[in-house]
Design a protein around this ligand. Structure first.
Ligand code: ZN
Length: 304
């Protein structure tokens, strides 16, 4: 039995997992952002409400980076846990083992254990949400790279951008990570909107661009063509480097099956391996992936 948390900048969600894939919702509270004692008390209260026995472990999905060597969590939008050894500090207060992982990593774990990645040995969970992220699960376990930053295929300049996209004069947009020209600036939902604005000079929500594309609109089709070209290259490189059996795609853009099918086609045309089935597929767990992933983290690391 493990108490699972999905901790975001505004809300903490909790559930009790009696066994893998079986979640019993506990509830949700607003995230205390500035007071660690209050933060810990909120977690403790949710554990009590869930009824986990004394000593039962806790697993947390958090919107931040967890350094596997130091345990230090970097969470920009929750100052009271930013720069803190969350697992150790919370574990000492609660008297329980506390596991913590990044939310994209938990998404990958959830898909590997209970979603589109079931039955596959190497699962790369890709997020095409507001921005671009990802996580790697091999043989059922989360791969934690140095500094906790593995799976971050959205960052690092896409060298080909200026040449491949030259007819579009696509600039190297500044990225939130401090670099410029990152896939993250064009590969998420905001990126799709940015591409559409750049090509067409009009502001349109990503969902509207995709809807217009589905209705045969030529302008939207041009945007989607460029989007697929820009995202497929880096994703094909990920496939060649780590060799995933399946790539479930989550985040808002993962909800568009036609877009993911286009991406799959382009990725499979750009990799060394010949695969005659879809490799890039929509994620199956659109609700509670964070909680399911946290539960999968606990069960896969054998703390239960
Ligand atoms: Zn970046």
């Amino acid at each position: 039995m493990i108490t699972c948390f999905d901790i975001g900048g505004t809300t903490i969600k909790a559930a009790l997992a009696v066994e893998p894939g079986s979640l019993r919702p506990i509830g949700r509270v607003a995230t205390p952002r500035d007071d660690f004692a209050l933060f810990a008390a909120s977690i403790s209260q949710l554990i009590d409400e869930g009824g986990a026995p004394a000593g039962a472990p806790v697993a947390i999905s958090v919107t931040g980076v967890v350094d596997p060597e130091t345990g230090i969590t970097t969470v920009a939008n929750i100052p009271c846990i930013d720069g803190r050894a969350l697992s150790a500090d919370l574990g000492a207060l609660l008297g329980r083992q506390v596991l913590v992982a990044n939310d994209a990593d938990c998404f990958a774990l959830a898909e590997a254990h209970a979603g589109a990645g079931q039955g596959h040995r190497v699962v790369f969970g890709a997020i095409l949400g507001t921005g671009v992220g990802g996580g790697l699960v091999a043989d059922g376990k989360l791969f934690r790279g140095a500094g906790g930053l593995s799976g971050e295929w959205g960052h690092g300049t896409i060298v080909a951008t200026t040449t491949r996209a030259a007819p579009h004069n696509l600039p190297h947009f500044a990225c939130g990570c401090g670099l410029s020209g990152c896939l993250d600036t064009v590969g998420g939902a905001r990126g799709l909107e940015r591409l559409h604005r750049h090509l067409q000079g009009t502001d349109l929500a990503s969902t509207a661009v995709i809807e217009a594309w589905g209705n045969g609109d030529n302008a939207a089709a041009a945007t989607v063509d460029l989007y697929v070209e820009l995202v497929a290259g880096p994703l094909a490189l990920v496939v060649n480097v780590i060799g995933p059996d399946i790539i479930p795609v989550g985040g808002g853009l993962g909800n568009s099956a036609p877009l993911i099918a286009r991406l799959d086609e382009a990725v499979r045309a750009g990799i060394l391996r010949r695969v005659d089935r879809p490799l890039v597929v929509p994620a199956q767990l659109t609700v509670d992936a964070g909680l399911i992933g946290a539960a999968s983290l606990g069960f896969s690391e054998g703390v239960v």
